[in-house]
Design a protein around this ligand. Structure first.
Ligand SMILES: *Cc1c(COP(=O)(O)O)cnc(C)c1O
Length: 390
């Protein structure tokens, strides 16, 4: 570990094996996974169908180049565009790169309309990644500090505040797009209000801006639907995906529809690894498993159960600010920093996360069953009660 760059304050634990919603450490101790590698392992660990798809593809062909046609990539684009109701896909290897593509697309869209200084509206507490451009779009001073100068071309407004967006629109002729998460994940499980996001999408249409949704965390069944935007009754022009898409192999996607279609031309954007046969095989298997096992429905159902129990048993306690979330993307905000709950969870064999200092975040695999959901919710309730009681 001494030869690793010191970029993570890691928990002193390493897992060597996984199955379903469970992980085992080097000493063969079992842990119930209520984090899924941060919303990645939606189909759980070592799903046989996923393992087979990856190993079959590895034996056949791992990489060629985007210089050639990649059949698995075309198949995945068809499938993703069908389920997301989008027109085109660009594949990359992470969430940051998916947003990077969205940002470049929006800028090019602006330039094509004669806007020389294209500017994108972004939100307070947003998280879009750690590359220099996506870090500049991210609304975390902690993540940005020390990396200035940031990339220009973003204006930030408070989340869930339509008037703030309108005010920017009046004073800035360079706006080309709005970029937001339908539920802010790293920002603390903050949900865009339906009315707000619908009005925002209308405002984008009226002004000819791109309405760009970052579903890197919320996408692929996490919130109880394929995508969180469906339930909110909006349709994006640009959609960024990653985390749950490949079940752990590095794949991200930037999807475009309507006026965002055909903005990129050959030479405008690209990547060596993006959308290779191996990762596309994993993503295709992930989508098939999601459908066959009705995992979005499972996330909606068990997420509702977990949220109701958390609300019943925690929301009236002093120290608990709010229980919120959708599907299996849930947060319990406390009135004080609670990062130590992660280690306490590990000691109890339960893997949870704390984000934004005070928000206990749950992102369990979408394949959990009722018994595992009960075990997670019981575990979290007792962790939080013990913590608040000192
Ligand atoms: C995690 C996350 C990202 C960044 O994804 P990486 O794969 O870590 O680059 C971007 N947007 C959202 C909403 C995320 O949750």
């Amino acid at each position: 570990m001494s030869h690793l760059m010191n970029t993570y304050a890691r928990q002193p634990i390493a897992f060597t094996k996984g199955k379903g919603a469970w992980l085992w450490d080097e000493n063969n101790r079992a842990y119930l996974d209520a984090l899924s590698g941060i919303a990645v392992n939606g189909v759980g660990h070592a799903h046989p169908k996923l393992v087979k798809a990856i190993s079959d593809q590895a034996a056949e062909l791992i990489h060629t180049s985007n210089i050639y046609r990649v059949l698995k990539q075309e198949e995945l684009a068809d499938k993703l565009c069908a389920i997301a109701n989008m027109d085109q896909a660009f594949f990359c290897s992470s969430g940051a790169e998916a947003n990077e593509a969205a940002i470049k697309l929006a800028r090019l869209y602006g330039h094509q309309k004669g806007i020389e200084q294209p500017t994108i509206i972004v939100m307070e507490k947003a998280w879009h990644g750690r590359t220099i451009a996506t870090l500049s779009a991210t609304g975390s001073r902690k993540a940005q500090a020390g990396f200035e100068p940031l990339v220009a071309g973003f204006v930030r407004v408070p989340f869930n505040d339509l008037e703030a967006v309108k005010a920017v629109a009046q004073n800035n002729r360079n706006i080309v797009a709005v970029l937001l998460e339908p539920i802010q994940g790293e920002g603390g499980i903050r949900i865009a209000e339906k009315q707000y996001i619908q009005a925002l999408s209308e405002l984008c249409a009226q002004n000819d801006w791109l309405f760009m949704i970052d579903e890197v965390q919320t996408g692929i069944g996490r919130t109880g639907h394929w995508f969180a935007f469906e339930e909110m009754g909006v349709k994006p022009d640009v959609l960024a995906l990653a985390k749950g898409l490949g079940s752990g192999v590095p794949i991200g996607a930037c999807l475009a529809a309507g006026k965002a279609k055909d903005v990129f031309k050959p030479g405008n954007h690209g990547t060596t690894f993006g959308g290779g046969p191996l990762v596309c095989a994993a993503a295709l298997a992930t989508l098939e498993i999601m459908e066959e096992e009705k995992l979005a429905q499972n996330a909606a159902h068990l997420g509702q159960y977990i949220k109701e129990r958390l609300t019943q048993e925690l929301s009236s306690l002093t120290g608990v600010v709010e229980v919120r979330g959708k599907g299996l993307m849930l947060g319990v905000e406390l009135d004080r920093p609670c990062g130590e709950l992660v280690a306490r969870g590990i000691a109890n064999g339960l893997l949870i996360n704390v984000t934004s200092d005070k928000v206990v975040r749950l992102l369990p695999p979408l394949i959990i069953n009722q018994e595992e959901a009960t075990q997670i919710v019981d575990g979290v309730i007792s962790l939080i009660k013990d913590f608040l009681n000192g």
